[in-house]
Design a protein around this ligand. Sequence first.
Ligand SMILES: [Fe+2]
Length: 161
Amino acid sequence: MADTGRELFEHELRDIYDAEHKLINALEKMANDASDDQLTQAFTEHRQVTQQQVGRLEKVFELIDRAPRREPCAGINGLIEEYREFNKEENPSDEVRDVFATGAASKVEAYEICSYKSLIKLATQLGLNEAVTLFQESLREEEETLREVEQMSEILGKKLS
Ligand SMILES: [Fe+2]
């Protein structure tokens, strides 16, 4: 039974730790799938950023004296599954696939932004100030990525018939 803020914090930490790992793989696939060069580059860059975010989460595990552990993140699983299904079932044109991918990436970023915001709240309550700083860095990166993919969505969307 989880009945403390600390337990909830650890659960949320393991959840985002799993999500970031899954995204490293998903972003590689999305970069390969994209036909627009800028979009491929954006996904490739965010994949590198995601690797750094995994490193920050490992630092947080260290700060709380816990071994890094992943808890299957059903939310991100669902979003990745949606992306795969659409491409498999609908056989989209390159242009449609690219715009779809920007939307899928926005959904992922929105999920991650909410996760980091809750972690920041919980860590603040628990007095884990170093963890708060680490989460804030990742939150800033996720917010920047969201802005970037939204912009790309608008640009690429205009090319659709
Ligand atoms: Fe991330």
